[in-house]
Design a protein around this ligand. Structure first.
Ligand code: SF4
Ligand code: SF4
Length: 414
């Protein structure tokens, strides 16, 4: 499979693009730049600093300065949610250092809308690439090795890590979008609606294009994807984690998080498990919790050999968006009439997604729209396309060619 990737050259792909596709390429890139520029224009503040705070102030005085609720500040200071909010915080055992550290952390979670625009632009670009640009017009299946060049994917992932990660910090991000809604339900944020809108934005992107937000735009997802794409440990990578196991672990963690957050289990209502295993802290260089540093290190180390371990085993947005994937309007689809069940796509897929799609499972494993399967099918049976039937009928199907033996050759068979 990797041989196929190596043989695909960007130049060969670009030579095959039609005039209409060049227009799509120029238009979509221009539109994405315009969307990001608009986000930059409406961004109200950049680099918010910690206001002057003193331990003689109470939680009630400090919280509004930080734009959070008293409960959120109490939790950040390691105090019970029902601690007296009118007392000076030094009487609650809080030092100046603890106070400033908590304030910096809370402000680190706040940001303007720019990153939402960047997420939207990256998803828009991915959508155009997968539906309109990846496969040159009128290119027959025999040329499929130049389709969907990895260079575009890798460049987009690097942009996601740089812009949505290190340049703009950890907030907002899809995982946080899911967690903050739940936190606002126990009073850790003033408005459930405000946080609900942020989550709805990310879920809307999942509905527009199947998990493109995870596959192409989430900075920590992108970082794991980049590490997994490195040409090391190929033999180990052939082994896949069974989906039922990874999803079970992800689900159990989510239920445990809800139980602790709502105080159904334990006595610390408002306790957020994900706070202690949040890998997005990497982008703010916040490693003060040992568990966070361990999570980041473990996730990135395992990402060399297993596909997106944090997404598969832990991320709550990964779990929620897995449910929402059923509603995605564009996604990878397999034409059952053309498929000969040769196994090429299941071999190329780093998860069990292609296998489950082939089997027609409604609750198939997560598909991160990574495009690995899109140029692999000898029968031209796979495409990333809209789900509505009319589009399926209109799609130009290149006549079946006699099945070649590239897949067998890749497997070392004559
Ligand atoms: S599942 Fe992975 S890619 Fe998606 S939000 Fe979570 S960390 Fe990011
Ligand atoms: S290879 Fe698997 S995860 Fe990637 S797009 Fe295809 S089905 Fe989805």
């Amino acid at each position: 499979m990797t041989d196929v990737y190596q043989k695909r050259t960007l130049r060969a792909y670009l030579q095959r693009l039609s005039k209409a596709q060049w227009a799509w390429l120029a238009g979509s890139v221009s539109l994405c730049i315009a969307v990001v520029a608009l986000g930059w224009f409406v961004e109200p503040t950049r680099g918010r600093t910690v206001p002057p705070l003193s331990t003689t102030m109470s939680i009630r005085d400090i919280a509004p300065k930080l734009g959070v609720t008293g409960k959120a500040l109490a939790r950040e200071l390691g105090l019970p949610l029902d601690v007296p909010k009118g007392k000076p915080v030094k009487e609650l055992g809080i030092s100046q250092h603890d106070l400033e550290h908590a304030a910096a952390h809370l402000l680190g979670h706040q940001s303007g809308p720019l990153k939402y625009y960047i997420f939207a632009a990256l998803v828009l670009w991915a959508l155009v690439f997968l539906t309109r640009l990846g496969r040159p017009d009128n290119s027959p299946p025999s040329e499929r090795r130049v389709w969907y060049p990895r260079a575009f994917y890798v460049a987009t992932l690097m942009l996601a890590v740089a812009m949505c990660g290190f340049a703009l910090g950890k907030s907002p991000n899809p995982m946080e979008g899911a967690v903050k809604v739940l936190k606002s339900m126990v009073g850790l944020y003033p408005s459930v609606w405000e946080k609900g809108i942020a989550l709805a934005f990310f879920l809307m992107l999942v509905i527009v294009g199947n998990k493109l937000i995870c596959g192409w735009a989430c900075p920590f997802g992108a970082l794991q994807e980049l590490l997994y794409s490195l040409p090391f440990f190929r033999r180990i990578k052939r082994r896949k984690v069974p989906f039922f196991l990874s999803n079970l672990i992800r689900g159990i963690l989510f239920v445990a998080m809800l139980s602790l957050l709502f105080g159904i289990v334990g006595e610390r209502k408002g306790f957020v498990v994900y706070h202690y295993i949040n890998p997005f802290n990497l982008f703010n260089f916040e490693f003060d919790q040992v568990s966070v540093a361990v999570t980041i290190f473990a996730a990135l180390a395992v990402a060399f050999v297993a596909y997106r371990p944090f997404c598969q085993f832990i991320c709550p947005f990964g779990l929620i968006s897995w449910f929402v994937e059923r509603l995605s309007l564009t996604r990878v689809q397999i034409d059952a009439d053309r498929c000969t069940h040769c196994g090429a796509c299941t071999h190329a897929c780093p998860l069990e997604a292609a296998e489950h799609k082939l089997a027609g499972r409604i609750f198939a494993a997560d598909c991160y729209s990574c495009a690995r399967c899109l140029n692999i099918c000898p029968e031209d049976a796979i495409a990333f396309r809209p789900v509505w039937p009319r589009a399926l009928k209109r799609r130009t199907i290149v006549p079946r060619v006699q099945k070649d033996h590239s897949v067998r050759q890749l497997e070392g068979k004559p």
